[in-house]
Design a protein around this ligand. Structure first.
Ligand code: DAH
Length: 363
């Protein structure tokens, strides 16, 4: 039986409790401390009490008081800490008006879609019909009927993406309802240009024609600053009696003024198998207003589209009489317009969906 009272166990436990209490942050922490120190069965203060039995009666009383003091100290400290925690808690159902609001993510219209909507809007006001065509095409509509016979270089495997297995009887939609021409020709390729739709439309409807065909086209190109294997075009086609090159020029001028503001346009002689005469169209460079800069390679002009008067061979292919009607056609790249309009120098940005790029466009 020890004759001097050993207080060191009590003091150690007190120090341990103090240290642990500093780290208690939640009701749960406090409950854990309560259990560890005060639990009737396994609490460490309770365990100290069990030493009493080994002490002499005087020592027993003193030791018992010391342990009891520690026990009530711990109880008080736990109660105070619990009360302090309670007082910092907002009342049930309270709103913390200092919290920042939740940001609602807002989508934007993609720059290519903006261009598409603007072009469709311009031509809808001029009385054109907007329609789409199939992206999986056959050789006849994409090449042959457009005055590109079987040995024409434009069919080169270098440029055209052919299907491994032809598709017979494919279906496709048009805004005007299904174009009834039977899809008997096997689709063998992905269309290389929206011009294919000129043929489908004229084979189905009689003149007058005034259409815009926006849509995806495909070529065997690798990704770089100015190429993507899939890109988008607008095709324009107007056919009627007495349509002239002046109508083409006036129409393109109206479109370019709406798209780019105060620009000049010029027509340069060119060649496309499905137009005669053919012209490439340039707009004056807005970067330098014609003086010459890096964007326009010092020429003052930027090439924007291909166009021309519909070739008689095309009219013959679709069953129109080239002596009775005339027409013009044009095709331009949606990305090209967007790049010039918004000053984008890398076509890949349109397809990477990088928010740092997309968020630069207004809502
Ligand atoms: N199909 C041509 C291309 O993809 C663009 C084009 C040129 C369309 C002249 C036309 C046209 O309708 O008349 O580059």
């Amino acid at each position: 039986m020890p004759d001097t009272l050993d207080r060191s166990g009590i003091d150690a436990l007190r120090a341990d409790f103090r240290a642990r209490l500093v780290g208690a942050r939640t009701d749960r922490d406090l409950k854990t401390l309560n259990d560890e120190f005060l639990s009737r069965k396994s609490g460490s203060v309770t365990a100290l009490m069990k030493n009493l039995a080994t002490l002499a009666p005087d020592a027993k009383r003193e030791y018992g008081q010391l342990v009891n003091t520690l026990k009530s100290e711990i109880e008080t400290a736990l109660a105070e800490t619990r009360a302090a925690l309670e007082s910092t808690r907002p009342p049930a159902g309270a709103v913390d008006v200092t919290l920042p609001g939740r940001e609602i993510p807002i989508g934007r219209i993609h720059p290519l879609m903006r261009v598409r909507q603007q072009v469709e809007d311009i031509f809808t006001r001029m009385g054109y019909e907007i329609l789409e065509g199939p992206e999986v095409e056959d050789d006849y509509h994409n090449f042959e009927a457009l005055n590109m016979p079987p040995d024409h270089p434009a069919r080169d495997m270098q440029d055209t993406l052919y299907l491994a297995a032809p598709i017979v009887g494919g279906t496709w939609g048009a805004h005007k309802g299904a174009i009834p021409e039977a899809q008997l020709r096997a689709a063998t390729l992905l269309r290389t240009h929206t011009s294919a739709m000129q043929i489908r439309y004229m084979k189905t409807y009689t003149p007058p024609v005034r259409i815009i065909v926006p849509g995806r086209v495909y070529r065997r190109d690798n990704l770089d600053l100015s190429h993507t294997p899939m890109f988008q075009q607008f095709e324009g086609l107007v056919v009627g009696e007495g349509i002239t090159l002046a109508d083409l020029k006036g129409t393109l001028e109206a479109m370019m003024h709406e798209l780019f503001g105060d620009v000049k346009i010029r027509l340069r002689p060119s060649f496309f198998p499905y137009t005669e005469p053919s012209a490439e169209v340039d707009v004056s460079c807005q970067g330098c207003h014609g003086a010459g800069c890096g964007t326009c390679k010092q020429t003052g002009w930027l090439e924007i589209l291909g166009s021309g008067m519909v070739h008689p061979a095309v009219f013959e292919a679709v069953g129109y009489d080239p002596d009775k009607v005339a027409g013009f056609a044009f095709g331009l790249g949606m990305e090209r317009v967007a790049m010039l309009k918004y000053g984008v120098d890398d076509i890949r940005l349109f397809y990477e969906n990088d928010l740092r790029f997309l968020e630069q466009f207004p809502l």
